[in-house]
Design a protein around this ligand. Structure first.
Ligand SMILES: C[S@@+](CC[C@H](N)C(=O)[O-])C[C@H]1O[C@@H](n2cnc3c(N)ncnc32)[C@H](O)[C@@H]1O
Length: 306
């Protein structure tokens, strides 16, 4: 169900105020029965909508009831002048959008909270948190490949790791770099790289929003755009991209540094392992299992030997 604010707002202040109210509607609706998630689309930060939109996700069976609830909620917030449209989507676009809807996630046995800005923290949530608005970039924290990386970051933190420099290659929304920055407070240098300028713009916004911008160096580009060495390298990208960069990732990893690869399908495991072993990496025996697996995805934990 998509709710659009009326286009005409008298002033910038009126616009911002209406957007705040739409955000509050989203928070209320997210907690409503039958609502799978909400997505606030702000034309100031993403391309596409001409006016602010609230997208409310539900199932076809609940569509009518949820549409009525959305209308009633907008009315209650004085936003009844906009249009509300309901549609059942089955295409790929819909699948991607669905991934963007979002709820708070507690990671690493209470080490860290991840939440979208429109859902407030609860009293029992962990105090360390990262607020992520993915915009159009990949990385809400809901995808298995992201979770495999986040699990490892939390485990290393619990084990007392103290990386001096961290690289997040293919940073998307910046979620991995920001989670690492929040947990590894002493890490001075965290580099986040993505080839997609929309992703790096989103990472920068999220870094600012979490007041971690001073420690995050965000670059649009590829692995070849850093000449530094890192004690922890995170790369959640598809296998063919990783395989083509095995040598460059080896060069970017410090002696005894760790490499976490995600984005690999179970059936791609052998090929990816062989290529990274050929590049000089060995399996990281400190990880819980080889490989770590969620659904059809695996993560590979390597060390660059001394
Ligand atoms: C699966 S997303 C991961 C996002 C985030 N790190 C996470 O874990 O949720 C992969 C990201 O890698 C980026 N990417 C793909 N190939 C790349 C390359 N060769 N160099 C840099 N970034 C790349 C994509 O633009 C995308 O944002």
């Amino acid at each position: 169900v998509t709710a659009r604010l009326p286009a005409a707002q008298a002033s910038r202040e009126a616009w911002a105020e209406a957007l705040d109210r739409l955000e509050e509607c989203g928070a209320l609706l997210a907690a409503h029965d039958g609502v799978g998630g909400v997505e606030l689309r702000d034309p100031r930060t993403i391309d596409g909508p001409q006016q602010p939109e609230l997208v409310v996700y539900t199932t076809p069976e609940a569509l009518e009831a949820v549409t009525a609830t959305v209308r009633a909620t907008l009315d209650a917030f004085g936003l009844g002048g906009g249009d509300v449209t309901a549609a059942v989507r089955t295409d790929d676009d819909w699948r991607d959008n669905w991934k963007q809807f979002y709820r708070p996630i507690v990671l690493g046995d209470g080490a860290l909270l991840l939440r979208p800005s429109w859902i407030p923290r609860a009293p029992d949530h962990p105090t360390r948190e990262i607020v992520i608005d993915p915009g159009r970039a990949f990385g809400t924290g809901l995808h298995e490949t992201t979770q495999l990386c986040l699990d490892r970051i939390c485990a290393l933190w619990r084990d007392g790791a103290r990386p001096e420099a961290i690289l997040d290659l293919g940073c998307g929304s910046g979620i991995l770099a920001l989670a690492a920055a929040r947990l590894f407070e002493a890490t001075a240098k965290i580099v986040a790289i993505d080839e997609d300028p929309e992703a790096t713009a989103t990472t920068m916004e999220n870094a600012l929003g979490n007041r971690l911008d001073a420690r995050l160096h965000v670059r649009t580009g590829d692995i070849h755009d850093t000449a530094d060495r890192f004690d922890l390298v995170l790369a959640n990208i598809r296998a063919n991209t990783l395989v083509a960069r095995a040598g460059a990732l080896f060069e970017a990893t410090a002696h005894e540094g760790k490499l976490v690869l995600s984005g690999v399908l179970v059936e791609e495991l052998d090929e990816v392992e062989a290529e990274f072993v050929r590049a000089g990496f060995v399996r990281d025996a400190s990880a819980l299992s080889w490989p770590r697996r969620k659904d059809i995805w695996v993560a590979l934990d390597f060390v660059r030997p001394r």
